[in-house]
Design a protein around this ligand. Structure first.
Ligand code: AMP
Length: 363
């Protein structure tokens, strides 16, 4: 837990993560007070929004922000508006003690590193309450809920938005609020949530927000699984099979780069589908106490800016290969089996690979 200490330069109580100078800001007004002098001093602020349960994916974004800005602020806020009515808001991992330890460790790393970082540490963490973030009341999670929302169409209705109709409305709304509170020079998002990056770029462009959007690469476990706060739900049995989505997307990427006819949607996504089918067949040949069942939600080949589905890849433009799978709860759990956080509910995972535009000058 955070303790309270008094800043020597101020008579008001300043809350910090213990043994660090990372300020814990709990209200909108506290962030505004923290932010104001940096504008006057012409010090840049980099902002990393998160929902906590911090892992190396988040840490890589905080490091990127520290390389490019004088100050780094991280938000830790589980935003109810981006969860559907039937989704996992109630069980989403909230791990403040571990998160503050991650931030403290990173703060020391930034302070001790002689080269490369502009920021000398993590300046602040913003942990607002839902009453602060939604002054009009708890935000509706149904598509027809009344409330003040930011909606970007059609990008919010395809792919992840088709499966989760209020998801991007919730993301855009909370990010608009957070950007208005923090007023960052740069914001940092992960490639792992590629559609989110497209939505945020569109919001910044369309609403003339004075911030630059920086996207950091996906951080993966050695077996290719993209790090995600939701991986804690998997447990050992399902964790072993979870890289299947990344493996399928890589098969599609290999099909694309393999030559003649390979720009065609069916050839590219067919390779991904075949790999996933083969892995599922292997699993279904096992006993219920050993196997893992999963369903492909979608596999997509889409335009890098609009995320509309493509029939063919234009190499000069590139494409996004993306997908989602639902990993079902284990059958016949064994008495001592590690089933994961919250007894291993259904886990939905997403991933993507970017097909970069070809270097036409070299072609
Ligand atoms: P979340 O806490 O899941 O809302 O994620 C906060 C930020 O971290 C988002 O910009 C995510 O895209 C990013 N992020 C999550 N997982 C990864 C990862 N494995 N690699 C890079 N960035 C990530």
């Amino acid at each position: 837990m955070a303790c309270r200490s008094t800043s020597p330069s101020s008579s008001s109580a300043v809350e910090k993560i213990p043994s660090t100078s990372i300020r814990i800001l709990r209200s909108v007004e506290a962030v505004r007070r923290w932010r104001r002098p940096h504008t006057l001093d012409r010090r840049t602020v980099g902002f990393v929004p998160t929902m906590g349960a911090l892992h190396e994916g988040h840490v890589s974004l905080i490091r990127a922000a520290a390389r490019e800005n004088h100050h780094v602020i991280v938000s830790v806020y589980v935003n109810p508006a981006q969860f559907g009515v039937a989704e996992d808001l109630g069980s989403y991992p909230v791990t403040w003690a571990a998160d503050s330890a991650v931030l403290a460790r990173l703060d020391r790393e930034l302070a001790s590193d002689g080269a490369g970082f502009l920021a000398a540490g993590v300046s602040a963490v913003f942990t607002p309450s839902t009453a602060d973030m939604y002054p009009a009341g708890f935000p509706g999670q149904a598509p027809d809920s009344p409330g003040s929302f930011v909606t970007l169409t059609p990008i919010s209705s395809v792919l992840e938005g088709a499966s989760r109709p209020t998801f991007f409305r919730g993301v855009a709304t909370v990010c608009m609020k957070l950007f208005n509170i923090v007023q960052p020079d740069r914001v940092y998002f992960g490639q792992k949530d590629v559609q989110q990056t497209v939505v945020i770029r569109a919001m910044v462009r369309d609403f003339m927000l004075p911030t630059a959007v920086v996207v950091g690469p996906t951080v993966r476990a050695p077996d290719g699984l993209a790090l995600s706060s939701r991986n804690v739900y998997l447990g050992a049995r399902r964790r072993a099979v979870a890289p299947v989505l990344h493996d399928a997307l890589r098969a599609a990427e290999t099909a694309y780069s393999s030559g003649a006819g390979a720009r065609d949607r069916d050839a590219i996504l067919g390779a991904a589908r075949s790999l996933a089918d083969a892995v599922l067949a292997d699993q279904m040949a096992l006993a219920p106490a050993q196997r893992v069942r999963f369903e492909i939600d979608y596999l997509s080949l889409s335009d890098p800016e609009t995320m509309q589905e493509l029939a063919q890849v234009d190499p000069a433009r590139g494409a996004i290969l993306s997908g989602a799978i639902r990993i079902l709860p284990v059958e016949d759990p064994q008495p001592d089996e590690d089933r994961g956080h919250s007894d291993g509910p259904l886990v939905r995972l997403i991933d993507n690979i970017i097909i970069s535009p070809a270097d036409t000058a070299a072609a």
